[in-house]
Ligand binder design. Structure first.
Ligand code: F6P
Length: 537
């Protein structure tokens, strides 16, 4: 696709933005039904996008932009398995990982076979039939993986804590910092611990080093080499490398090059989820994601949750200069959600050329950040309310209580709604003055203090209401963001499925490691050479 029509359409959107003053208060005052008009619902998730700086005309322009960007055909290409990852000549078929019913394609058949392998394995571990080197049942699982081979399963396991099996605990190790592995295994009995080495490529530095150290730990605990298979399984598309590492062929769960790492929690990379919560819960997670896939594929764009969210984000990114987006899940168990979303969004959308390798004439991905509410309110929300940048926010509220402390859940919801309300309303200078005067401040004090108390308001947000934090709805929520990110990539005309920038860091990492053990090359920049000398002193 030629980026010119896109640039022209963005310029038109910019004009639309610049031609008027935007006031959320006025927009609500002008239309009492705004919340009903600017909302949509699918697969157990309700999206209220009425607190955004947009009008019906804005929405129409954004929707017509989807024609310019040929979004429909891109969605079709994604779902039908066309090689849309054009720099690696691969499809991106994560939706096939959550197919329901009887398998219809070769890919779905491979997924179905993998599910059977996973289910058998999970049952063996849960029943105690799978034992460690001295005959004891497995009580601890440690997933060793990083990026997409860590963040998704880690986040889902934490989110679904009430589903956890009582006599099996699941842990995650990712960092090359040895403290991660050693702190995790410090209190674990090696003879009751099983490691899942999760690496699509089986060549990732962190995962290989941690797996080697874990292997040594199990051997040091008295396990014979011939019994290592009882303590190590792998998930990988590189069967040869996994076998070379010493993992028995029957203990390797497949991955495929048509699944991107950051989209892989639905594959056997989700094994820790099935182990922690049971295969039924894992299946429900897939079902929820599939329900959102169907919505994404079939719903009109004006009612399509991922498309609407992508268009709104695109509007702020292109026309309002918003360089970041805050994601605020009001659920303690979703504390890892922003980290998972960071990889999904920033690894996908951090690009500078179009699909056809032309320099992008407009900005690409944003900084995604956030934390669980209400904790964030007492740290970074100040910047959202009174900082100089406008930072759009996604609030995620869970309708049903996530604990037995139902009264606290009401407070949690109150916190969530009041924050988006405060961002919308703000506090005017007149209001600030009035409050200070009413509390008895002198004229001089009112004059000095009032400007500090002004809160601009007019700051946009979405609110997602998820019915329940259960496997089905979590699956639906995660698939919603996956499709939002994909749609955003289509609106930019970029390939959201490669990550060449990350690869450079990996190559240079090896070179620096070589220099630590050998000589510092003469052609290095002065700073890196100097720092390394300091570190080695
Ligand atoms: O960080 C880059 C990356 O390639 C991610 O895309 C991926 O999820 C992660 O590394 C882990 O890769 P692997 O599963 O191959 O170990």
């Amino acid at each position: 696709m030629d980026a010119l029509p896109l640039s022209a359409a963005i310029a038109k959107l910019q004009q639309h933005k610049d031609q008027q003053t935007w006031s959320l208060r006025d927009l609500f005052a002008a239309n009492p039904d705004r919340a009903q008009v600017f909302s949509a619902e699918a697969a157990g998730i309700y999206l209220d996008y009425s607190k955004n700086l947009l009008s019906t005309e804005t929405l129409q322009q954004l929707l017509s932009y989807t024609d310019t960007a040929e979004l429909k055909s891109s969605i079709q290409a994604l779902l039908s398995g066309s090689p849309i990852n054009n720099t690696e000549h691969r499809p991106a078929l994560h939706t096939a990982l959550r197919f329901q019913g009887a398998p219809q394609t070769e890919h779905e058949q491979a997924v179905a076979d993998c599910r059977v392998q996973m289910q058998n394995f999970v049952e063996q571990v849960h029943s105690g039939a799978w034992t460690g080197f001295n005959g004891k049942r497995i009580r601890h699982v440690v997933n060793i993986g990083i990026g997409g081979s860590d963040l998704g399963p880690r986040m889902v396991c934490e989110a679904l804590r009430p589903w956890h099996k009582q006599d099996l605990s699941v842990h995650f190790v990712a960092n090359i910092d040895g403290a991660d592995l050693s702190d995790t295994i410090a209190s674990l009995p090696a003879d009751e611990t099983l490691f899942v080495v999760a690496s699509k490529s089986f060549s990732t530095l962190e995962t290989r080093q941690n797996a080697l150290s874990a292997r040594q730990w199990v051997l040091d605990a008295g396990c014979a080499e011939s019994d290592l298979a009882k303590h190590f399984v792998a998930v990988s598309s590189n069967i040869v490398a996994a076998q070379d590492f010493g993992i028995a062929a029957q203990n390797i769960f497949p991955m495929w090059d048509w699944v991107g790492g950051r989209y892989s929690l639905w594959s056997a990379i989700g094994l820790p989820i099935a182990l922690a919560c049971g295969f039924d819960a894992y299946s429900e997670l897939l079902k929820g994601a599939n329900a959102m896939d169907t919505h994404f594929a079939e719903a009109d764009f004006a009612q399509n949750l991922p498309v609407l969210m992508a268009l709104i984000h695109f509007w702020y990114r292109q026309c309002w200069g918003a360089g970041s987006l805050a994601v605020l899940p009001y659920a303690q168990r979703l504390a890892k959600f922003p980290a998972w979303l960071q990889q999904l969004d920033m690894e996908s959308l951090g690009k500078s050329v179009t699909r056809d390798a032309q320099p992008l004439p407009y900005p690409s991905g944003s900084v995604i950040w956030g934390a669980e509410g209400s904790n964030g309110q007492h740290s970074f929300h100040q910047l959202l309310h009174q900082g100089t940048d406008m930072i759009p926010a996604d609030f995620v509220a869970i309708k049903q209580p996530t604990s037995e402390l139902a009264e606290q859940h009401q407070w949690l919801l109150a916190c969530c709604l009041s924050q988006s309300q405060a961002l919308l309303k703000g506090k005017s200078l007149a209001q600030a003055r009035k409050e200070l005067e009413a509390s008895g401040h002198t004229h001089k004090e009112v004059h000095q203090l009032a400007p500090h108390k002004v809160i601009p308001g007019n700051r946009p947000s979405n609110t997602l209401i998820v019915d329940k934090l259960d496997p089905f709805h979590l699956g639906s929520l995660l698939a919603l963001y996956e499709h939002k990110v994909f749609t955003f990539g289509c609106l930019l005309d970029i390939n959201p499925f490669d990550q060449w920038g990350v690869e450079l860091g990996k190559v240079l990492g090896n070179a620096v490691h070589d220099a630590i053990e050998g000589e510092i090359p003469e052609d290095w920049d002065g700073s890196t050479a100097h720092l390394l000398k300091l570190l080695l002193k």
